[in-house]
Design a protein around this ligand. Structure first.
Ligand code: PSV
Ligand code: MN
Length: 419
């Protein structure tokens, strides 16, 4: 299903009056506070968030899945859905591919399709955490850390194949998440498992084109419940430092133990030039993969505060980091869910952009904790949604993406097309 300009125009005409009021009001308040509203809007317009190729269908839990209707089956249909999202919000102009879950039959055709929708290829994701049909050797006891050389070689080979596909579509990075670990104390020699993983990553690193990065994604548990080989950002950083300049760390928000200070991890990684990118989601208990910002929007904002502070000019679209949503569950329409996630990410970004950093620095230097908190929470509590709507309006997207989606019965049309 294609979204045409006249549908967007009709929607915007209906909503423009109330939007203009809100935008005029927030612009005047922010200008009085010394914020360059035009600059904020420009940054919001260029910042794009990648949609994972696997998140366009209803997710599930290990207890089952309740598939929705009109869901994409082929990779081409998934690209169509991302094109649709991007047409509605002009903020989802990238896709992150998962291989082999979403291996396109015709890579060239998919690239052409992406170009026609204005979609770039963000990081490629390899998968050595499951056995695939017809696979020669099992990953039951790990992939890159496996005690068997032949299994490690098979996993390395898979990563090289993913790089090859990535080269054809114009991606510039590879994300490696490993399920490697142990369920029981003593099952795995901790140091040897790390060393084997490092050696295997070295082989992958060697095959990486000069203008590519490899990201290691840490996770403390699941599916291994006693230990994982890349359990935290310390191990991830260690690997990145040992591998070289093209190796960086990817932070999945759900891959931390409860109450972890993720924003501080982000700050440290930026400081060392080792932040590679993000997998965005939200969670209450563990790796819940819930809609971004649905539970802890303040944490998300604090992460964006570190990003804006750490990236020159606070312009995240020029940072070179990977920005992917890694959320999926079995309750919402996946497209509406992704629209909500993108919105939450951009709200956090906009709020971080309007922080009065000069005043904050002064408060920090004077150890004025009360003032610092006031400044931080003032920006967080400012309703920036009209700034996002204005950025969309200027980019030719819908003022209110979810309303647009419902007004135009997008899911209904997809069901008619796909069944
Ligand atoms: C693992 O929990 C993870 O976060 C990795 O990024 C995977 O590639 C993704 O989820 C999909 O299962
Ligand atoms: Mn992830």
């Amino acid at each position: 299903m294609l979204i045409n300009k006249s549908q967007i125009d009709t929607h915007n005409a209906k909503h423009e009056k109330s939007h203009s009021k809100r935008f005029a009001s927030i612009s005047s308040i922010l200008s009085d506070e010394g914020v360059n509203v035009k600059e904020v809007i420009e940054k919001l317009k260029t910042y794009q968030i990648a949609i994972p190729s696997w998140a366009l269908s209803t997710g599930g839990t290990r207890f089952g899945r309740f598939p929705g209707k009109g869901e994409p089956v082929s990779f081409e249909q998934k690209m169509e859905d991302i094109g649709l999202l991007h047409a509605v919000n002009r903020s989802s102009g990238a896709v992150s591919m998962h291989i082999p879950w979403d291996t396109p039959k015709d890579v060239k055709a998919v690239k052409q399709m992406a170009d026609s929708f204005g979609i770039q290829f963000d990081a490629m994701n390899s998968n050595t955490f499951q056995d695939q049909p017809g696979q020669a050797l099992t990953y039951k006891f790990g992939s890159l850390c496996n005690t068997e050389t032949s299994i490690r070689e098979q996993a390395i080979e898979h990563n090289l194949e993913v790089i090859e596909i990535g080269k054809q579509v114009g991606s510039k990075s590879l994300t490696v998440w490993l399920a490697d670990g142990a369920n029981f104390p003593g099952q795995q020699h901790q140091r040897k498992a790390f060393e084997r993983t490092l050696d295997a990553l070295k082989a992958i690193y060697k095959a990486l084109p000069d203008d590519w990065f490899v990201f290691t994604e840490h996770k403390p548990f699941e599916p291994a419940f006693y230990s994982t080989v890349i359990q935290d950002w310390g191990t991830s950083l260690l690997l990145a430092q040992k591998l070289g300049a093209k190796a960086k760390c990817l932070v999945d928000l759900g891959h931390h133990l409860p109450n972890c200070n993720i924003e501080q991890i982000v700050s440290r990684l930026i400081m060392e030039g080792k932040l590679g990118g993000f997998h965005f989601n939200d969670s209450k208990y563990a790796d819940d993969d819930l809609t971004v910002g649905s539970l802890r929007p303040y944490q998300l904002y604090l992460i964006f505060n570190e990003l804006v502070d750490g990236v020159p000019g606070g312009d995240l679209s020029k940072s070179g980091f990977g920005w992917m949503i890694d959320a999926s569950h079995n309750t919402k329409d996946p497209l509406e869910d992704l629209l909500q996630s993108v919105e939450a990410i951009k709200i956090a970004y906009a709020e971080a952009l309007i922080i009065d950093r000069k005043k904050l620095e002064l408060a920090q230097e004077k150890n004025d904790a009360v003032k610092a908190q006031e400044i931080m929470q003032h920006a967080f509590r400012t309703d920036v949604r009209a700034l996002l709507a204005e950025a969309r309006l200027q980019s030719g997207a819908a003022i209110n993406p979810i309303e647009f989606y419902r007004e135009n019965s997008v899911r209904g049309n997809l069901v008619r097309e796909r069944g």
